[in-house]
Design a binder for this molecule. Structure first.
Ligand SMILES: Nc1ncnc2c1ncn2[C@@H]1O[C@H](COP(=O)(O)OP(=O)(O)O)[C@@H](O)[C@H]1O
Ligand SMILES: [Mg+2]
Length: 390
């Protein structure tokens, strides 16, 4: 079946779903704190992050384990757990987000699927449950077919998902199925927590390529990723690099290599950029080195001719964070966020406020004129009646 034709003929937006012209997401000074609950100090999980995400592009949030990737995603998607406190702004098209708006979808790290259903059955059941009942059965079926094709699930559409004792579809297919379930309702912003974890390189490449296609359809896609290979990294449009809840870099993914190089930590020519970034900022390497030095088996510790790489990662990270704070990239993040706000705020509540004010003014002016006209008419009639009486 021709997918474009299918999609055009069963456009769900004509049947009740809303379509926007793209969603800009801006976050400013985002801080998440785990408060002091009697013992110990309050802990900052995210430290004043600023950034923005645009429709048509995919953004990878990258960083070592525990750096705050999931926390950032949850903050942006409004899914933070109740035991933490968030400050700062998250704006969707210049407005504070409304969680019930239905424009945001979130794909969790774990795939929650029923193993005894086939791929197509799963998508069909979900479509019937979640799509508006103004859509006909044919339209829903057309959309299901379109989604299967969009996520490259044709080959396994009629295979069972499987479970721990019945292996059927692969991990990559499961992940693409989880994404398919979320894109059924055409969310404007799609969040995914580690969509490539546990996948081999080709499956990871397929998943990220599918996300790129979704984004090119006018949607905003943000996902966390741990350590992608160079082919996968080359697919990213934007990169938010985190370490210990702090921004190390935010900007176009392809410019990150130049940022590291300018900061004095150039990526060796034969190294995968994401390996290099994490080698520079993952403080776990300090712990490993210290443990190895203390242990008996310390003769195999790798050293580098590059003196900077021999610095402790905590020092490298601190230098990079400082460099980023006063870099053109950080300034652009603040500028762009502000720009998005200015452009988009006229469509927000102020704009509606002015509209209401002008409409009220027009109404009062009109009713005043009517009263005056009625008064003049009345005067005319009274004058005529007076003359006739005379
Ligand atoms: N709700 C929470 N309560 C307590 N600690 C949390 C909570 N959310 C995150 N953390 C802590 O914040 C740190 C960052 O977590 P997370 O965002 O999951 O990291 P990542 O996704 O980069 O591995 C971790 O040390 C984690 O234990
Ligand atoms: Mg995580």
């Amino acid at each position: 079946m021709n997918y474009e034709a299918t999609r055009r003929s069963v456009d769900p937006f004509e049947s009740g779903l809303s379509r926007g012209s793209g969603t800009y997401l801006v976050w400013e000074d985002l801080t998440v704190v785990l408060p002091n609950l009697g013992n110990g100090q309050a802990r900052k999980l995210l430290r004043g992050l600023t950034g923005y995400a645009e429709p048509g592009r995919i953004m990878a949030i990258m960083g070592p384990s525990g750096s705050g990737k999931s926390t950032l995603l949850e903050s942006l998607a409004g899914r933070l757990s109740g035991n933490v406190i968030m400050t700062g702004n998250v704006l969707i098209n210049g407005k504070k987000r409304r969680l019930d708006s239905g424009i945001v979808s979130y794909v969790t790290q774990e795939d929650i699927l029923l193993g005894t259903l086939t791929v197509k059955e799963t998508i069909t059941y979900s479509a019937h449950l979640r799509l508006p009942n103004t859509m006909s059965k044919e339209q829903i079926n057309g959309l299901v077919e379109g989604t299967i094709i969009e996520m490259g699930l044709q080959d396994c559409a009629n295979r069972m998902i499987g479970n721990w004792h019945l292996r059927c579809i692969s991990g990559g297919e499961k992940k693409r199925l989880s994404i398919a379930l979320e894109i059924l309702t055409h969310p404007q912003v799609l969040f995914l927590d580690e969509p490539t974890s546990t996948l081999d390189s080709s499956s990871a490449f397929f998943v990220i390529q599918a996300l790129r296609n979704i984004a090119r359809d006018g949607r905003t896609v943000i996902f966390s990723v741990h350590q992608p290979n160079s082919d996968v990294f080359a697919l990213f449009d934007d990169l938010f690099l985190l370490s210990g809840g702090e921004a190390v870099y935010f900007g176009e993914a392809e410019m990150a290599v130049m940022f590291f190089s300018d900061a004095g930590f150039p990526c060796p020519s034969r190294r995968n950029p994401s390996d290099h970034f994490l080698r520079c900022i993952n403080s776990d390497f300090d712990v490993i080195t210290a443990t190895l030095v203390k242990s008996q088996r310390n003769h195999g510790i790798p050293t580098s001719a590059d003196p900077l790489i021999n610095l402790a990662t905590t020092e490298i990270k601190a230098m990079l964070v400082e460099k980023y704070k006063c870099s053109e990239y950080a300034m652009r993040a603040r500028r762009q966020g502000g720009k998005r706000r200015k452009i988009l705020i006229p469509q927000g509540p102020w704009h509606i406020g002015w509209k209401v004010f002008l409409a009220a003014l027009k109404y009062f002016a009109q009713s005043k004129l009517e009263v005056l006209a009625r008064g003049q008419q009345r005067e005319g009639i009274d004058g005529k009646e007076d003359k006739e009486r005379d």
